[in-house]
Design a binder for this molecule. Sequence first.
Ligand code: DX5
Ligand code: ZN
Length: 221
Amino acid sequence: MNIKIAPSLLSANFAKLADEIASIEKGADVLHLDVMDGHFVPNITMGPAVVKACRAVSKLTFDCHLMIEQPQLYIERFIDAGADMISIHQEAEHHLQRALQLIRDGGAKAGIAINPATPAESLSTAIEFCDFVLVMTVNPGFGGQRFIEPVVPKIRHIAQMIRERGLPVEIEVDGGIDAQTAPRVVSAGATILVAGSAIFGHQDRTAAMELIRASVTALKV
Ligand code: DX5
Ligand code: ZN
């Protein structure tokens, strides 16, 4: 089982991003970058300029989670900034397939992000055109929120849909992931684990990542 740990930079110290990235560079598989516009979610974070600056100091796979309205308008900018994976929210995009194709045309992996209240069935068509599904296990906008347990059966449902259709689609989870909740989402079918406060909230980031990894390595899924 190949589980990827994706620290979310949202919980890092923004005054020293290069040092914060260096602290997880060994041990992390992916760097998760949360982009918020103050419209789709009630918070504002970073744009392509910050992603580009981080790109210059890291070799990790960059995963840009766009929590913004009209994401299509910004896909190219994030690709130019160095994104390797881009997810857009289904709730924010009227032309999902077109947007996913734009991401792929730019050479990045295309993801569909869904909020906790968005049902698995809504992915039925678009799932055929993506590389990963980002299942939110909190309502997007802020780090450090409590894991929403009733999302777990939805992860299982999406995993089943992927298996039945034989699609090469991965499931990423985001929100309230730590060593307690990681086993639950991995058992349900998630393989990319985003964690903000559970990693950057600790002094020893390597130990924090190891703790999460160790919580899922013994699982038989
Ligand atoms: C929330 C973001 C998450 C956030 C997760 O809207 O999408 O990536 O950083 O933070 P934790 O792991 O603290 O819940
Ligand atoms: Zn995120």
